[in-house]
Design a protein around this ligand. Structure first.
Ligand code: FAD
Ligand code: NAD
Ligand code: NAD
Length: 464
């Protein structure tokens, strides 16, 4: 069971505390300080303890929850069918053997106030606390409220916050608009939808697409109309080649979502107790609520006090191949812009990357000196007919080559004549100049990432 300073019962999901927890006696110095309480931090904490079994690790997170995984927030909580359980953050997952599980990571966390007195060390989570500054010369972080904690080693795993669009600001509009990333966002949106007839999702990326399908599925019986708009020609169009994006769009429609591709919102005004959104093509949609899902801003506020470099193009703390930003400071997960020895500088916003980069950073913090060479994977599920996994650079603006075995066993150039059944297949992404494979996506084929990494070998020139 998850347990933090804020949690009251071992077995209950850690609640968002309504009454402030009793004052915690904060340590002045902790050997390992991890800023951020997401997947990357949690993976790092475990790796540190594996290599240094008596390590004292403090995770500081501004969220009021102990570390949890975000993927169920746009999938299982909406799709698993048990409404009441979902409001308790519980769901039945394919991996749970029919039992209700929650999204929290299990660990035997100790209390913050006891961490420094434990000979055996431990991992403590300081929730509801923002780190507002860091001094990388003396090796310390400052918390909101003024307390300063010195560290020997520090991890920045601050993730990101949802991007917004200026159009959706202003007092009269804002109350009908939300973004989506954390547990309270699920709880609030889900409760709101019980009395909502029309909801609009702006954005056609991973979040917008999974969430649109999730909401349409969960509230199918209640007559909720879900609309989705985005600038690409099909769902997930920044990642999928056009034919697969348009195939996915059809599947999203089949799940009950009314989709408007090739448009952006151009004006928003209050109307009928909700808002009227006008699109670049002149369509007017009057809805009760809008969810804006237009990407992520990596959280790099600490770069300025810490005198750390942020990548000008990709965002994120710039780290080397060992995930180190400067002496005694590492970064991992969504907030890290790392050097991939095979594919160059990258920043990856996915769960498995947060796990593997967090693990490697933690191991290096505890004395290892490994390079980050593992190619992480990611997956997405969009309704019952679309699921895919991918590794490497998966960007639809690159040349792609798709193989769809239902129609042909030969390599066919994406969109080539005769390829019209996209129910299953593999897409290879090629680098612009050298035409070598830099990414592989398996479409409704699962568990093939180890092979994909080999195919990619990355390094063979791909002739076709
Ligand atoms: P985060 O999970 O964002 O954690 C960072 C933490 O740091 C947050 O708790 C934040 O509040 C805290 N923080 C930030 N700044 C400070 C500060 N100054 N002081 C204290 N705390 C701070 N990926 C997939 O591969 N597959 C999926 O199916 C998938 N589904 C997703 C569904 C949803 C709804 C979302 C939002 C994301 C999904 N992702 C998925 C992406 C994946 O969850 C992220 O890549 C992953 O969470 C990144 O982990 P992280 O630890 O780097 O950052
Ligand atoms: P995204 O980058 O995947 O997609 C952004 C979408 O917003 C794109 O369709 C883009 O064209 C659109 N957009 C940008 N500006 C716009 C504008 N002015 N008007 C309309 N649309 C606009 O980001 P996301 O879908 O918001 O996801 C947020 C984060 O959550 C990302 O880090 C993502 O990787 C992560 N996530 C991942 C998964 C997964 O891996 N399966 C699932 C959910 C969320
Ligand atoms: P899933 O898609 O719900 O799980 C996604 C991944 O998250 C899995 O790798 C799972 O092991 C992992 N996971 C485990 N615990 C988790 C947690 N607490 N929070 C978040 N993620 C957790 O379920 P799955 O059926 O196990 O999927 C495995 C893979 O197969 C995924 O990549 C998925 O896209 C794919 N898939 C397979 C099928 C199929 O028919 N076999 C159908 C859809 C998707």
């Amino acid at each position: 069971p998850s347990s933090t300073e804020a949690a009251t019962e071992e077995s209950a999901p850690p609640p968002e505390s309504e009454t402030p927890p009793p004052p915690i006696s904060l340590p002045d110095k902790v050997p390992y300080v991890l800023v951020g309480g997401g997947t990357a931090s949690f993976a790092a904490a475990k790796a540190i303890r594996e290599r240094d079994p008596a390590a004292k690790v403090l995770i500081v997170t501004q969220e009021n929850y102990s570390p949890y995984s975000r993927p169920p927030l746009s999938k299982h909580l909406w799709l698993s069918g048990d409404h009441a359980a979902a409001q308790q953050l519980k769901f039945i997952a394919p991996w749970s053997g029919g039992k209700l599980v929650d999204l929290f990571y299990n660990a035997d966390f100790c209390k913050v106030g006891e961490l420094m007195d434990r000979e055996e060390g431990g991992i403590a989570v300081l929730t509801g606390t923002k780190v507002v500054g860091m001094d990388t010369k003396s090796g310390s972080i400052s918390l909101a409220g003024g307390h300063v904690i010195s560290y020997d080693k520090c991890l920045l795993a601050t993730g990101g916050r949802p991007r917004t669009l200026p159009l959706f600001s202003g007092e009269k509009v804002e109350k009908h608009v939300s973004v989506y990333r954390e547990i309270p966002d699920f709880l609030t949106l889900d409760q709101r939808l019980e009395n909502t007839k029309r909801v609009l999702v702006v954005g056609g990326g991973f979040l917008g697409t999974e969430l649109a399908v999730g909401m349409a599925t969960r509230y199918r019986e209640g007559g909720l109309q879900v609309y989705q708009l985005f600038p690409e020609s099909g769902n997930l169009g920044l990642v999928l080649p056009p034919a697969l994006a348009s195939w996915t769009l059809d599947k999203v429609k089949k799940e009950g979502v009314e989709v408007f591709p090739n448009v952006t919102p151009v004006s928003v005004e209050p109307e009928s107790g909700g808002v009227k959104v006008t699109t670049s093509s002149g369509i007017e949609l009057t809805v009760d609520h809008v969810v804006v899902a237009v990407g992520l801003w990596p959280n790099t506020d600490l770069a300025s006090s810490g005198q750390l470099e942020v990548d000008r193009h990709l965002g994120g703390f710039r780290v080397n191949a060992e995930l180190q930003a400067c002496s005694n400071v590492w970064a991992a997960g969504d907030a890290a812009c790392f050097y991939d020895p095979h594919l160059g500088r990258r920043r990856v916003e996915h769960h498995d990357h947060a796990q593997v980069s967090g693990r490697l950073a933690g191991s290096n913090m505890a004395g290892d000196q490994q390079k980050f060479e593992h190619q992480s994977m990611f997956w997405s599920d969009v309704g019952p007919d679309v699921g895919f996994e991918a590794t490497g650079v998966v960007d639809s603006s690159l040349p792609t080559c798709g193989v769809y075995p239902k129609t042909s066993t030969e390599l066919l150039q994406e969109g080539g004549a005769g390829v019209d059944d996209y129910s299953k297949g593999v897409v290879f992404y090629l680098s612009r100049e050298e035409r070598r494979v830099v990414g592989v996506l398996t479409w409704n084929l699962f568990g093939k990432m180890d092979i994909a990494r080999k195919v990619k070998g990355l390094y063979v020139k791909f002739e076709y």
